[in-house]
Design a binder for this molecule. Sequence first.
Ligand SMILES: [Zn+2]
Length: 316
Amino acid sequence: MPRVSRALSLLPLAFASAVFAADAKRIAVTIDDVPAASATAISTGETARLNEQLLAALKRHGVKAVGFVNEDRLLVPGHVDDGIAVLTAWLKAGMELGNHNFGHVGLWQSSREDVEAAVLKGEVLTRWLTREHQAPLRYYRHPYTQTGRTEADRAAFETFLAAHGYTVAPMTIEHDDYFFACVYDHLGAPHEAARRQTVADEYDAHLRTSVRVFETMSQELLGRQVPQILLIHANRLNADTLDRTLTTLAELGYTFVPLDEALRDEAYRLPARASGRFGPSWLARWARAQGVKLSVYGQPDPEGRTAPWHAQLCSR
Ligand SMILES: [Zn+2]
């Protein structure tokens, strides 16, 4: 469009940089399934190390992330102190904790009443520790990001969350980390180092592809770049690669912001209907609620060598 380019080229420099600043790309980082999600057995010692690695990478990049806790994963007989130590490490590192419910029960397979019970059962340790550290406990992340079977269910559940002081934590970017992580978990033996590296490399490539897709969705729907919210999980893969992931995001032009800052953007006030079974990016939910047609609705399926390894190692 030569006329537009011509007009832009005539803008005074100060105004041009204001345009750029308004469009600066921001991203909040959220990590689900704290203390750890693993496709294979994981000890409390390895869980502690994995969380230390995650926290070190976050601190190195100045990221204030929210970790969403499944307290059932902390209540390991004989190791409850280890679980408390993991949550304490998050708070001491200046991170925030949120609720991801007890048992990771979703609103598709379980009734709203059962999920509500899991929310309350899943906040006991976290509420105690956040109070001890004068930290807030204000966000809830739906397991599987399922927000309800029906609109009535979604609305009733969100009323319940609000009554208990919780704000829903949406997400706009995910890049199938659980898919790559399952393969990575199964390649733990020392002689598998080369294949683990391939998975890590393909995971980074998939992040780059996925970010481009979600930026396209934001541009088509909102005409600008929304502050994105990345969802990843506490797992071995991210423990080993979070530093690289954050470096990649910075390279792609992102500034890291806390979740509360991202949520102040007016886009997060847009309606999003009950998800049903599948929980896509909020960008797709907003588009669907508005009846806006986008050219893409989420990241492509992972390809490369990880995909056949996944079929081989992770199929039940
Ligand atoms: Zn989860």
